[in-house]
Write a protein that binds this ligand. Structure first.
Ligand SMILES: Nc1ncnc2c1ncn2[C@@H]1O[C@H](COP(=O)(O)OP(=O)(O)O)[C@@H](O)[C@H]1O
Ligand SMILES: [Mg+2]
Length: 264
């Protein structure tokens, strides 16, 4: 009888102990996953050289961008920012060096892979590139259909969601020419978000905008970055960088290197 009681107590204790261990193990696993997620590499280049036809534009480029970072790419006009971006979205082939972006190997990238790469990237240009002959809603729907979406309800939800993210929920029925430059760029950002990209590449997104409108667009990009998305933004708008300091890479003298911002 006593023996039985003791063994019962022991089993309960063992069970408690086991449960404790299980909870600790689970927490460690979660922590590990979280750390892994935080430090995941989204973009990595090693000894890359970038060419436009036969001219060498950038050389010895090695860099890493991790998930969740906001990185500026600065440099004078003609220093190679757009060529750099084009290499990342498969518009310029990677001829020399190694590169991986959102799990694609840039060296092995083939023509048929490019649409799939671009689905994992959100690309924003200086000149918004909206289709002028249709409403904002139809512009966004066009992209969804072109990237394989078929369910109308899902498409409507996704469009509403991305328009909300850029503060343009009520403007879906408008045509591009009925919007200001800043609004059109916000729509272009919404379009870039349609397929939940892992990385957003923005090539001078504020290049055509006045300073105040640039700040509004920047606030949208900042909010998107805060929600966990990685952003690489080419710009030569130094005022904006001072206002929203972040990791900065510079193209200069055929090289890309990180620069440290001075405190203002
Ligand atoms: N399609 C092209 N063909 C030939 N040369 C080009 C092409 N596009 C850009 N370049 C050249 O590559 C260099 C870098 O240009 P670019 O990458 O556009 O710089 P940025 O975006 O910093 O202004 C410039 O000398 C430019 O003339
Ligand atoms: Mg450029």
């Amino acid at each position: 009888m006593v023996k039985q009681e003791v063994s019962k107590v022991n089993t309960t204790k063992e069970k408690e102990f086991g449960k404790g261990l299980f909870v600790i193990g689970l927490n460690l696993l979660l922590l590990y996953q979280q750390l892994r997620f935080m430090s995941a590499t989204i973009l990595e280049l090693k000894d890359v050289a970038i060419f436009q036809k036969e001219s060498l534009i950038l050389n010895d480029v090695s860099l890493e961008v991790k998930q969740g970072e906001f990185v500026y790419l600065i440099g004078k006009t003609g220093s190679g920012k757009s060529s750099f971006m084009k290499t990342l979205y498969g518009d310029l082939p990677l001829r020399q060096g190694e590169g991986s972006i959102v799990d694609f190997d840039l060296k092995k990238l083939q023509e048929k892979d490019i649409p799939f790469l671009r689905r994992k990237l959100g690309i924003v240009f200086q000149d918004f590139k909206l289709l002028p002959d249709r409403s904002i809603m139809k512009n966004l729907q066009f992209v969804l259909k072109a990237t394989g979406w078929t369910d109308q309800t899902k498409m409507d939800h996704q469009i509403e969601d991305v328009l909300e993210k850029v503060g343009m929920k009520t403007k879906g029925f408008k045509f591009p020419h009925e919007l200001s430059g800043g609004e059109q760029q916000r729509i272009a950002i919404a379009r870039a978000l349609l397929n939940d990209p892992e990385l957003i590449l923005a090539d001078e997104p504020t290049g055509n905008l006045d300073p105040q409108t640039s700040v509004e667009v920047m606030k949208v990009l900042q909010a998107i970055n805060k929600s966990g998305r990685t952003i690489l933004m080419a710009t030569h708008d130094y005022a904006l960088i001072l206002k929203y300091p972040s990791k900065t890479l510079k193209c200069d003298g055929n090289k890309v290197f990180e620069v440290v911002q001075r405190a203002v």
